[in-house]
Structure formats: structure tokens, C-alpha cells
Ligand binder design. Structure first.
Ligand code: EPU
Length: 342
């Protein structure tokens, strides 16, 4: 396989980030193998420029042009390993499209990731924020990831527990820039029960016999629910949830509930996740538009780029929202996408 990387200069990134921000990369390269990735990283260090690993560009905000080398991950691979009774391991290259991979697994009759249908982005980006939706997280099926460790240049394997997954979080966020994920392995099953308790999904499948459902049916249900509420980045550029759902102690949750009986959230045993969308909605932001950027009119957690908004426009709006939520509820919202460039 010829994977000699082709380096380019002054490359437009507007169609490589789902917020559609018209930033440029000083240097750009697309890599289709681990060897090419290593060469690209060497190229960047020889020129003392910062590398940026780019997957689907669906969870970042370009605050301006990127002054270093953007390395687009295009390592493609899809195969089954260790097929054993009802279970099998799906091996995916980091550059594979996540949603296509979900449909690939579901079409083969394997369960475990069907609730994560239609999440934009690539396979390699999925473990970074431990993608999750409708009661399922990536960590529920992930066996391990292969990654290039930039501390020593070796390709290593990080098992699920070494990834230190939690809600929208992992070791890859705690040690940014250290690991470049190249392969993800998932353990899927033909017989594990579906997870259909999340309200929107339960409503969608109400009255249907769960035993008749295939993983592809569930993936299609998830797609339908998502399409009703979340904007398609191809039609209306966005980066999905712009803030994490804040986690508060149960005591705080109960106090909030007294003041706001209809507050939305997910109380657990020790703490509660407050629905950030509800907090933002209460502050009157849903459907807001300031010309270029705004807040989606069906899900207040999603900031959208209506018309040539810059990263600075998006970040300024995010700041105003965060200040309002802080002032009204005393809760600090944390941004979900990373900020690069500028
Ligand atoms: N709500 C509002 N106003 C809104 C939207 C929602 O008040 O504009 C309230 C409703 O009461 C609703 C509750 O908030 O019941 C929760 O809303 P939703 O079910 O849409 O879920 P979410 O907590 O806002 C999270 C994820 C989504 C994921 C859904 C479904 C985070 C930050 N977001 O949203 O993830 O699709 O659950 O599991 O955890 C993403 O990460 O990009 C993403 C879309």
C-alpha cells in the first residue's frame, strides 16, 4: 500500500469541521496508515510546528487559523476477530466513519452500539469523549484501543480500564496530545438485551414486541429520534451538545428540585446530572439567533452556525449562555468541544 503522506500548505478547513468554521491550516496532511502518521508527526517536530489530529471535526471549534500541521486521520479498516458463539470483536480503523460502523455491526446482527447511531465523527475520536446516547456509552463495549504514544513513539494497547472512561471523559482528554488512537476494538453480541429505557426511545418503540426487534431496527429508531431533535450538520452546521450535562451532588439536585419542580436531569446513587439543555432553555436561549450563530430551536444544548459565523462568534455566544446559567442557577457549564487555533 502506498501511503506516502502528501503535505499541503494553507488548506481550507471549512468542510472538515461540522461547525463549518472557515479556518485554514498552515500545513495539512491526510494519513492512511500508522507509518504515515509517524512520518507526519516526525515532519511536524522537524519543523517545530504543533500537530493537530483531526477526525471528523465534529467536536471542536476553530477559534482562528491553525498555525501548525493538521493531520487528518484516514486509517480505514473493518474486520471481525474472535467470533465465538454469540460474541465477536469488531476491529475498526480510526479513520472509519462512526455511524457507518454502527450500521455495519447492526446489519450483521450484532448488538451493543445501535444506540450510538448517527453520532457524527470518526471511530478514532469516539473514545476521546466516550461518546454516549440513549443510555449507552462507548465504554460499555470497548475492549481496547491501539494508539501511538507520542512520549516514546511506540504503538501501544490501552485496555478499557486504562482508558479511565467516565461521562464524556477519558485518559485521552486528561493527557491531551499524548496518544493518537489508530484502532478501536469492540466486543459485540448477537443476544445481549437492547437498552430501550431512555424516554425518547421507549416512546418510539412503545407497543412493539422487543423480541421482534433487530439491532438495525433499534439503530433506525435512534436515527429517527435524533433527526426529530438534533440538526443535521450537513444542513445546519453544529458540534452536537455544546456543553456537558453538569454533575452535582444529590443534595444540590434536591435543593434545585424544590425551587424548580420540573427540572430535568438524571439522578443517580451519589450525584445527579442536570440536563444542561433545560438550564439553557430556562434562561430563554432556545431558538436565539444573532445573525450568524445561534441556539437550535429544538435542543437548547446545540449551538448552530447559521451563516459564516467564526469560532469567536460561537465562543462569545457560549460565554453569554454560561454566564446566564451561572447567574441564575449557580451552576458552571463546561464546554464539550475542544477549542483549537487562533
Ligand atoms: N430539554 C429542555 N430543553 C431543550 C432540550 C431538552 O428543557 O431544548 C430537557 C427535556 O426535559 C429533556 C431533557 O432536557 O427531557 C434531556 O434532553 P435530551 O433527552 O435531549 O438529552 P440531553 O441530556 O440534553 C444527552 C446527550 C446527547 C444525547 C442525548 C440522548 C450530553 C451533553 N448530551 O442530551 O448527546 O444524544 O442525551 O442520550 O450528554 C452529543 O453529545 O452531541 C449529544 C447530542
Amino acid at each position: 500500500m502506498n501511503s506516502e503522506p502528501q503535505f499541503r500548505e494553507n488548506v481550507f478547513l471549512g468542510d472538515l469541521n461540522s461547525l463549518g468554521i472557515a479556518a485554514r491550516a498552515r500545513y495539512f496532511v491526510s494519513v492512511t496508515s500508522v507509518e504515515a502518521l509517524q512520518q507526519a508527526l516526525d515532519w511536524a517536530s522537524a519543523r517545530a510546528v504543533e500537530p493537530l489530529i483531526l477526525g471528523g471535526g465534529s467536536n471542536l471549534v476553530f477559534a482562528g487559523d491553525f498555525p501548525g500541521l493538521v493531520i487528518r486521520m484516514a486509517i480505514s479498516r473493518r474486520c471481525w476477530e474472535r467470533i465465538d458463539g454469540d460474541e465477536a470483536t469488531l476491529v475498526l480503523g480510526a479513520g472509519e466513519n462512526w455511524h457507518d460502523s454502527v450500521l455495519y455491526a447492526a446489519s450483521a446482527g450484532y448488538r451493543g452500539i445501535e444506540n450510538l447511531a448517527l453520532i457524527p465523527g470518526t471511530v478514532g475520536a469516539a473514545p476521546v469523549q466516550n461518546i454516549g446516547a440513549y443510555g449507552t456509552e462507548l465504554r460499555d463495549t470497548l475492549v481496547d484501543v491501539s494508539a501511538l504514544d507520542r512520549h516514546n513513539g511506540h504503538e501501544i494497547t490501552l485496555t478499557n480500564s486504562l482508558c479511565h472512561f467516565s461521562y464524556r471523559d477519558s485518559v485521552f482528554k486528561h493527557e491531551p496530545g499524548r496518544y493518537v488512537i489508530t484502532t478501536v476494538r469492540l466486543r459485540l453480541s448477537r443476544s445481549r438485551p437492547f437498552s430501550l429505557d431512555y424516554r425518547d426511545l421507549a416512546e418510539y418503540f412503545e407497543g412493539q414486541d422487543v423480541h421482534d426487534l433487530t439491532p438495525l431496527d433499534v439503530a433506525r429508531g435512534v436515527m429517527s429520534v435524533r433527526r426529530r431533535k438534533l440538526p443535521d450538520p450537513a444542513q445546519l452546521p453544529n458540534a452536537g451538545s455544546f456543553f456537558k450535562n453538569p454533575v452535582v451532588p444529590l443534595e444540590t439536585w434536591r435543593t434545585l428540585q424544590k425551587s424548580y419542580p420540573d427540572i430535568a436531569g438524571y439522578p443517580g446513587d451519589d450525584n445527579a446530572k442536570v440536563a444542561a439543555a433545560w438550564l439553557i432553555d430556562q434562561c430563554g436561549w432556545k431558538g436565539y439567533r444573532n445573525g450568524k450563530v445561534g441556539v437550535h430551536n429544538r435542543q437548547a444544548l446545540v449551538l448552530v452556525n447559521h451563516s459564516n459565523g467564526s469560532g469567536q462568534d460561537v465562543l462569545a455566544l457560549a460565554d453569554r449562555i454560561r454566564n446566564d446559567v451561572q447567574a441564575r442557577f449557580g451552576i458552571a457549564l463546561e464546554m464539550e468541544p475542544g477549542v483549537v487555533g487562533g
